[in-house]
Design a protein around this ligand. Structure first.
Ligand SMILES: [Zn+2]
Ligand SMILES: [Zn+2]
Length: 153
């Protein structure tokens, strides 16, 4: 037996050797700007970002199904979240901030804000604000209304 001819298999890197990504402080999303963000708004996801989110959701569902208690009914999942279910936070420093009214709305995935030369606006047509929830008019009870109308004394 010739021990000298034994070839060692190339070993996969042990789990502890894979270094997690270093967490860095977020910066302004304007191209080339490294300022600390001061404001943020939301935009929809690009098709690639949406596919990545849905892959994460699918993996979560697969795991939940694999981990299910087989004596119970299988876990029910709703429809896969779509484009309207996700937003991406856009961060900006003061000089790169868009208008406050525009920042209240959800922007298109293709929005280039805050990189646009259109500051303090952007180059997309943001989604309209959701309609305010209808509020039924309420009346004070009589003993409160009398106190308010009669004043103290
Ligand atoms: Zn900036
Ligand atoms: Zn926009």
């Amino acid at each position: 037996m010739d021990l000298g001819s034994v070839q060692s298999e190339p070993e996969a890197a042990p789990e502890w050797a894979t270094v997690p990504p270093v967490l860095t402080a977020p910066t302004c999303h304007a191209t080339g700007c490294t300022e600390r963000p001061l404001v943020q708004w939301q935009r929809r996801l690009t098709p690639m970002e949406l596919a990545a989110e849905q892959a994460i959701e699918q993996a979560r569902r697969d795991q939940a199904f694999a981990d299910r208690d087989i004596e119970l009914p299988p876990p029910g999942f709703g429809p896969m979240p779509g484009p309207q279910d996700y937003v991406h936070a856009v961060l900006a420093c003061g000089p790169h901030a868009i208008d406050m009214d525009a920042a209240a709305r959800v922007h298109q995935a293709t929005c280039t804000g805050p990189d646009s030369a259109n500051l303090p606006l952007c180059d997309c047509d943001p989604e309209p604000l959701p309609a305010p929830a209808p509020q039924a008019e309420q009346k004070l009870p009589a003993h409160w209304a009398a106190a308010v109308a009669g004043g103290a004394g």
